[in-house]
Design a binder for this molecule. Structure first.
Ligand SMILES: C[S@@+](CC[C@H](N)C(=O)[O-])C[C@H]1O[C@@H](n2cnc3c(N)ncnc32)[C@H](O)[C@@H]1O
Length: 301
């Protein structure tokens, strides 16, 4: 079974894509100094690349303050977060009592550890880790899946403690993804790789507290088309998205992925300004890759 790199169960989390991103980097001989992940969620790709030694630093951004609080607590208040998790009774009563953290406003009085702990609790006890979803097993607990079946406290704590080592190399921002990428590219020619995993086009509204409308997808496409650093984008497949990336340097592919405990096929669109190498048997390039591959040829040869 594949070890997971983050303690989060994230809807559309990309642990399954990590090996492919590593291959992508090697194929293009990219040697990035840092990875930039503007739509972080569980940040599985950034953390996997850091832990695998493929990058020295990762810069992640996320709009949901609960997720930002989680990453900040992991890095800067690790012991307090662990104590908070130890103190939690894993019960439906706790689930109801923590609900208030999902409805805070900008004047909230909660501290980072409380927000982080509440986020982790819902992430591990809600159906599919969906933060605004319902509890595993249902509110009546009549299913064969019980509320605490994904809350292995020891393992969660072990992973959180393990991530503390990334302090100083993992940088977290609470900024809109496009603004974050603009900030990362202004006035620097550093060797950066952008891994971009925006909210899904189809199910984004159901999966995340912050999601995109059509205009946001359009703005992201316009930004990426101007971005000169290598970027790799993953999306759920939809005609609307395909039409945004018909540009000559983009290469839609499908991945039919089955791995370890993830016994499901993932049909996802990968798009890049570099050639998408069909290195893993699970990656299927759809049709002929076309367009101007000059940059890819330069890198490979
Ligand atoms: C597809 S998920 C990312 C999943 C991540 N790659 C992983 O492996 O867990 C998209 C994320 O974008 C965040 N998001 C939504 N709108 C955003 C925005 N404008 N700027 C930054 N993050 C945003 C959502 O909260 C969600 O966590």
């Amino acid at each position: 079974m594949k070890p997971t790199v983050t303690p989060l169960r994230y809807p559309s989390g990309k642990t399954w894509l990590l090996d492919y991103v590593k291959e992508f980097i090697k194929f293009h001989k990219l040697e990035p100094k840092a990875i930039v992940e503007p739509y972080a969620g569980s940040a599985s790709v950034s953390i996997g690349l850091l832990q695998g030694g493929l990058v020295n630093e990762a810069y992640i951004s996320e709009k949901d303050p609960l997720i930002v609080a989680f990453w900040n607590a992991v890095l800067y208040q690790n012991e307090e977060l662990v104590e908070f998790i130890k103190s939690l009774e894993v019960s439906l009563e706790t689930w109801y009592s923590l609900k208030k953290y999902l409805h805070f406003d900008s004047d909230h009085k909660y501290n980072t550890v409380e927000l982080a702990g509440a986020f982790l609790f819902f992430n591990r006890t809600n159906f599919s880790g969906i933060i605004k979803g319902g509890p595993l097993g249902g509110k009546q607990q009549q299913s064969s899946y019980k509320f605490d079946c994904r809350f292995n406290r020891e393992k969660i704590i072990e992973k959180i403690q393990g991530l503390h080592d990334l302090k100083g190399r993992l940088h977290v921002a609470e900024v809109d993804g496009i603004k974050f990428m603009q900030r990362m590219t202004s006035g620097t020619n550093e060797n950066l790789l952008f891994y971009v995993d925006p909210p899904y086009y189809g199910a984004g509204r159901e999966l995340y507290r912050y999601y995109f409308i059509d205009e946001d997808h359009q703005k992201l496409s316009a930004f990426l088309k101007r971005l000169e650093h290598p970027w790799l984008l993953s999306y759920d497949d939809a005609d609307f998205i395909r039409n945004l990336y018909t540009d000559s340097k983009t290469f839609p592919v499908y991945t039919d992925y089955q791995s370890g405990n993830l016994r499901r096929n993932v049909r996802e669109l990968l798009i890049s300004n570099f050639l998408i190498p069909p290195l893993a048997p699970s990656i299927k390039v759809e049709g002929k890759q076309h367009g101007n591959n000059t940059r890819m040829v330069d890198k490979v040869n």
